[in-house]
Design a protein around this ligand. Structure first.
Ligand code: ATP
Ligand code: MG
Ligand code: MG
Length: 554
């Protein structure tokens, strides 16, 4: 493990441990709202919270913040669990804010009774108009001084669905002149007559985020509740509510904030990602171009690469945009260690070895991974006709072209040294075949003097007769702009990269017929690929995870 200095979140915890917290009291949570699939931004929060759990040997709850039935679905709950597990984390308890609806309701009645909450019967626009501005105090609602009895009665009617949606809300009675706008009598409950994915039709009122989050933390005895920076002004309200519902000696959770992480050439917002799915710009939440965890997994990202990415960008106090090239670097680094090397030709031209016996075939030894001495060797078939990449041949080229030209030698990976002899073209000057001769004594690994001869350039290839055809999906960045949603005047959907997906047929070494979904490979000299779930017995599909080198140009 790499030693690094403590980040500011760890410093907060260390200071708390010094000033009286017991280690056994540490407890964290990751609190997704099940209104979409998790994305790479969430990965930062997951790695932060579960990372702290590992570091301090403390429990971490997975809490679904499911307080809004309008946007939430159990499909999302399942996807979130799958993704957190896949990243390699184990939660202590699976919790749902909706499990606390009754407790929250009871506490709300207590707040009404103590004069700390009231039912407001104004429309939401009116309430918004009365909020004031940061420099001007707001206006008090005409319903602010309703009697406790009336409030209790109305609140119960709201709960039973006896009042229409929008007729009333429950508000905390705090201070309409507070310099913190969040404290100006925030809404605690609204009437929503919609089925909830877990409580079904039991509730006709639903708590707002501020009135559920801290209370859920309190119920679960979370010690540190980490959220993103936009909640900083909510901290005062978080504490106010907890003061109201707790006793002085109760252990109280603490909200602290860290900066949201953004990634270049994409959007990290469930709402915007949902639009991409709904408009059919991508095929699904797990489309390999999506910055969702499930999309990255399908694209060929590994859990280690995502965890390393999150760890390397760390936690910060200032929002910033991480270049997607850094994420790509992290997956290359991981796959370089683990992905078996294979040969595949994506843009083939036929090469005929004129002095190689017709009908003969040899099975040559090929090293699976030079980075892993335990990875062993496999056999690849070689014959008189092979495919090489079209761009690996030029009739004549300058001295810097270390690939095949007429009259020059190159090595075929794991095979022989060949020399370009002749090119066969059609009437339109398109190359149909390249003819060459080989040096039979130059076989790789044979130890002969000829096999040790140095030639500039080594090419990958596949035997025509043995080649296995597969669909290759070449993915690229989904957006052509670095920050697609930077300009509020422009719809982020308008800066989609038109070349984000190109589908071609590849010619692969036959062993790849057995590759299974999510298997990772390196097509030598090309990039990392993984088997897509769309593969069938008849047709394998490979997704390009990332090219071998960063080749993006704006
Ligand atoms: P979105 O706008 O995509 O819906 P959210 O913050 O509303 O994001 P939640 O499901 O509420 O999504 O997020 C769960 C946790 O993940 C929260 O603690 C949130 O602060 C954190 N989180 C969400 N997005 C990011 C991000 N881009 N970087 C870091 N943490 C994030
Ligand atoms: Mg949220
Ligand atoms: Mg959200």
């Amino acid at each position: 493990e790499v030693k690094r200095s403590l980040n500011f979140i760890e410093q907060i915890i260390e200071e708390d441990l010094k000033s009286g917290y017991r280690k056994e009291e540490l407890k964290f949570r990751f609190p997704p709202e099940p209104n979409g699939y998790l994305h790479i931004g969430h990965a930062s929060s997951i790695c932060l919270n579960f990372g702290l759990g590992e570091k301090y040997n403390a429990p971490v709850n997975l809490r679904f913040d499911d307080t809004n039935p309008i946007k939430e679905e159990s499909e999302y709950v399942d996807a979130i669990k799958r993704d957190v597990e896949w990243l390699g984390f184990k939660w202590a308890k699976e919790c749902y804010a909706s499990d606390y609806f009754q407790q929250l309701y009871d506490w709300a009645v207590e707040l009404i009774t103590s004069g700390d909450a009231y039912v407001d019967s104004q429309a939401s626009e009116e309430i918004a108009d009365q909020k004031g501005t940061p420099t001007e105090p707001g206006k008090e609602s005409p319903y602010r001084n309703r009697s406790v009895e009336e409030n209790v009665e109305l609140f119960e009617k709201m709960k039973n669905g006896e009042t229409p949606e929008g007729a009333h809300v429950l508000r905390a009675k705090i201070n309409m002149a507070s310099p913190n706008m969040i404290m100006r009598d925030p809404v605690m409950y609204r009437c929503v007559h919609k089925s909830h994915h877990r409580t079904n039709d039991e509730w006709k009122i639903y708590p707002m985020y501020d009135w559920a989050h801290g209370e859920s933390d309190f119920i679960e005895s979370i010690s540190h509740s980490f959220c993103t920076l936009e909640f900083l002004p909510h901290r005062e309200l978080y504490n106010w509510f907890i003061e109201k519902i707790s006793n002085p000696n109760d252990f109280k959770p603490k909200q602290r904030e860290f900066a949201r992480r953004n990634l270049s050439h994409t959007v990290v917002s469930k709402r915007k990602l949902l639009q991409l799915v709904q408009k059919g710009i991508v095929t699904s939440w797990d489309d390999p171009r999506m910055p969702t965890i499930s999309g990255l997994r399908r694209r060929g990202y590994t859990p280690a690469s995502i965890r390393n990415f999150a760890e390397s960008i760390g936690v910060g106090k200032r929002e910033n945009i991480i270049d997607v090239a850094h994420l790509e670097f992290c997956v290359r680094e991981d796959l370089n260690k683990t992905a078996p090397r294979v040969m595949g030709v994506l843009d083939p031209v036929k090469l005929v070895i004129t002095n190689y016996e017709e009908g003969k075939e040899e099975w040559l030894d090929a090293e699976n991974n030079p980075e892993d001495e335990n990875a062993g060797f496999r056999k690849v078939p070689f014959s008189r006709e092979i495919y090489i990449e079209r761009e690996d041949f030029k009739e004549s080229a300058n001295r810097k072209f270390f690939r095949l030209t007429l009259g020059k030698e190159v090595r075929l990976k794991n095979a022989y040294i060949i020399k370009g002899e002749e090119v066969i073209k059609d009437d339109n000057d398109n190359i149909l075949e390249v003819h060459c001769t080989y040096d039979p004594k130059s076989k790789s690994g044979s130890g002969t003097e000829e096999s040790l001869r140095k030639v500039k350039g080594t090419l990958h290839w596949v035997s025509v007769k043995h080649a296995f055809q597969a669909e290759i999906r070449l993915y690229d960045r989904l957006f052509s702009e670095e920050v697609p949603d930077a300009d509020k005047e422009r719809d982020f959907v308008d800066v989609i990269n038109p070349d984000s997906l190109k589908v071609i047929t590849g010619f692969l070494e036959p062993g790849l017929k057995d590759a299974e979904v999510l298997n990772h490979v390196q097509f030598q000299r090309i990039g990392y690929f993984c088997v897509d779930k769309d593969s069938t017995d008849e047709k394998k599909v490979f997704n390009r995870t990332v090219t071998l080198r960063d080749s993006w140009t704006k």
